[in-house]
Design a protein around this ligand. Sequence first.
Ligand SMILES: NC(=O)c1ccc[n+]([C@@H]2O[C@H](COP(=O)([O-])OP(=O)(O)OC[C@H]3O[C@@H](n4cnc5c(N)ncnc54)[C@H](OP(=O)(O)O)[C@@H]3O)[C@@H](O)[C@H]2O)c1
Length: 308
Amino acid sequence: MKYINIANTDLHVSNIVMGNMRLTQLTVLEAEKLIRTAMDEGINFFDHADIYCKGQCEEIFSEAIQMNPSIREKMILQSKCGIISPEGYFDFSKEHIIESVDGILKRLRTEYLDILLLHRPDPLMEPAEVAKAFEELHQSGKVKYFGVSNHNPAQIELLQKYIPYKLVVNQLQLSIAHTPMIDSGITLNMKVDQAINRDSSILEYCRLQDITIQAWSPFQHGFFSGTFLGDLERFPDLNKVIDRLAEKYEVTNAAIAVAWITRHPANIQVILGTTNPQRMKDACKGSEIPLTRQEWYEIYKAAGNMVP
Ligand SMILES: NC(=O)c1ccc[n+]([C@@H]2O[C@H](COP(=O)([O-])OP(=O)(O)OC[C@H]3O[C@@H](n4cnc5c(N)ncnc54)[C@H](OP(=O)(O)O)[C@@H]3O)[C@@H](O)[C@H]2O)c1
């Protein structure tokens, strides 16, 4: 397992993360096995959100491992707030952020979060109010570091103008079959759809600002449209290349899908959403497979992208 430092923090983290969004699909015993498998593979970073099954995923997590201070010390815990579900709107008000963190801490049975992320941009946010919430949470010891998810550069700068702490993480959707943050740079200034800059060059911005990118849904295409792995109807060429490289590196297709992300020099963390311990083990092998440049581009092209 490869470990990286999250810039502007004292956190030394695995580049593979266990995502907990689907944890309610498991019994408590099964969840315990999954978390133990993750830790045995070297994962020390766990991603949550208050909306994952309305807090139930956080509850199952802490119940499964019977959270206590000695286990807590071995983990880096991150959660997110700001989405009101199922009503379907965003709330970055000070009251909501503080109340949300109190709920997260209670459900995770911990005194503090290592990182709190704002889940999706709230157009109605008052950055000064977010700053007040963050200051209160930091001063009370409830949150050590702060970050965002699904935010573009200007949204980050707007927050950063008021927030006295450096935002250290931006969690974004990225998989071989979902690559807008790479596409527009490769096809710069061309009159093709691939060149549409959908995120104001967020990848380069995060690298410039030393913000760690976390890739969510690394095995999915579309917006939770299913996995591209093994989908020979929709992704025949991609699976052919992935399977050939899996054979070469003596790993599974899941490891190659992970390796395509970890090979990027931005030191991106990959958030696995699997509920299957064997798939988790297999995927962790992608933590440090040294795909060659040629292999990385071959995969990118096999996903249907142009390299001019
Ligand atoms: N910030 C955000 O807005 C945001 C949004 C979504 C997710 N996230 C985070 O990212 C994490 C990962 O998201 P995700 O769960 O969508 O990621 P994912 O790892 O791409 O998808 C996991 C799902 O794909 C299935 N799967 C994987 N490989 C498969 C295969 N070869 N054949 C059949 N099914 C396969 C898994 O089934 P099995 O369980 O059977 O393996 C599971 O249902 C979440 O847990 C959450 O922490 C963040």
